[in-house]
Design a protein around this ligand. Structure first.
Ligand code: CP3
Length: 349
């Protein structure tokens, strides 16, 4: 496949992040590189997820796959939120169908004090190199990303995926001093990593607080908001759009906006129109088709997408996406058709 570097740079995603008018609504997908692609599955027969994420050439190749196949308006660096935890001294595996599993979960102050500060240029040079390669190849903006401190802390404390996050909450409630020590370390590491990604060439950043929706607004305000405000304050000077995303966070949206971000990512549980009105139109929104909708008949995909676009009302500052990542059973053709549909129906609207 030929590179697309000679094409005119497509900046409609960046414009929409800044709430500027665009020729049509930009669209990209969380997990747009992944198991739903036969090419990705073939690479995974030879390489582990970590092999792909830590080899600059392979990382760039995987990142480019969906950009070329689907015609999306942004690329997202192929990596995982767990990546920066390795050099901080955390041993983990990413188990297929499960997610990250930590060898020795962190449960006390001693373990947290042992976490090393992250030095991205030394610890994760391959990520920065992949970004450099990608910037030469891409004619759409490149999104860098990191996990938010709460979501990373939840993996570190639970030791793996959780439905209830009881251990995380127990530590947060009973040892606020230990919680603070952990979140402060994570804020520093995540800020350093994101700053390094922008210096290497990332043109936007998404912060995934995937699991923070398990908290009440009151607990978010007390135990997460101050750390997120600190994180966002360290990213402000970078002059790239910041996307702030969580799953099941309909009840936290206003607090997430207070925490920071130029774009708030919405999952499929909230009607986009109401959520945007509640947030205020001084912030952009991203979302929010149910990823499972793509497993049903095309008519329903079209209806769902049309309804989201109707609710966005042609207002500048909407980036179309799914409400969470692409599911492994999704047909690549379906995704391509959705990209074309969103572009066509909003063109000149
Ligand atoms: O295309 C992209 O979106 C970029 C790649 C990306 C991956 N992980 C690759 C990956 C991104 C942005 C992530 C972020 C990530 N990782 C999050 C935040 C986003 C979200 O989904 O809420 C979280 C919570 C993780 C942790 C993690 N890693 C999980 C829950 C899983 C799924 C486990 C499974 O097998 O279902 C992973 C593995 C993972 N990371 C895959 C991919 C493409 C699965 C495919 C594989 O194992 O090769």
């Amino acid at each position: 496949m030929s590179t697309d570097k000679n094409e005119v740079f497509n900046d409609r995603f960046l414009k929409a992040c800044r709430r500027e008018r665009t020729d049509c609504t930009p669209i990209w997908f969380m997990r747009q590189a992944g198991r739903y692609q036969p090419e990705y599955r073939r690479l995974r027969e030879k390489y582990s997820l970590m092999d792909l994420a830590t080899n600059p050439e392979l990382c760039a190749e995987v990142t480019l796959l969906p950009v070329r196949q689907l015609g999306v308006d942004a690329a997202i660096l192929f990596s995982d939120i767990m990546l920066p935890l390795g050099p901080m001294g955390v041993r983990f595996q990413i188990q297929e169908g499960v997610g990250p599993v930590i060898d020795r979960p962190l449960r006390d102050l001693k373990a947290i004090e042992r976490l090393r500060p992250l030095v991205p240029q030394e610890d994760l040079p391959f990520v920065l190199e992949a970004i450099c390669i990608l910037r030469k190849e891409l004619s759409v903006p490149l999104i860098g990303f990191a996990g938010a401190p709460f979501t990373l802390a939840s993996y570190l404390i639970e030791g793996g995926p959780s439905r209830t996050f009881h251990r995380t909450k127990a530590l947060m409630f009973s040892r606020p001093d230990v919680w603070r020590a952990l979140l402060e370390k994570l804020v520093e590491a995540v800020a350093a990593f994101l700053q390094a990604q922008v210096r290497a060439g990332a043109q936007a950043l998404q912060i995934f607080d995937s699991w923070v929706g398990c908290l009440s607004p009151r607990d978010y305000e007390q135990f997460v908001l101050p750390f997120m405000q600190k994180l966002f304050s360290q990213l402000k000077g970078l002059d790239v759009p910041l996307i702030h995303f969580g799953v099941g966070t309909g009840h936290l949206l206003k607090l997430m906006k207070r925490a920071g971000g130029d774009v708030i990512g919405l999952d499929w549980r909230v009607p986009l129109g109401g959520a945007w009105a509640e947030l205020g139109f001084d912030v952009a929104v991203q979302g929010n088709l149910d990823p499972a909708a793509l497993l049903g008949p095309w008519d329903l995909v079209e209806q769902g997408a049309s309804e989201i676009l109707r609710q966005a009302g042609g207002r500048p500052g909407h980036i179309f996406n799914l409400g969470h990542g692409v599911l492994p059973d999704t047909s690549p053709d379906r995704l391509k058709r959705l990209v074309d549909f969103v572009h066509e129906i909003t063109r000149g609207a």
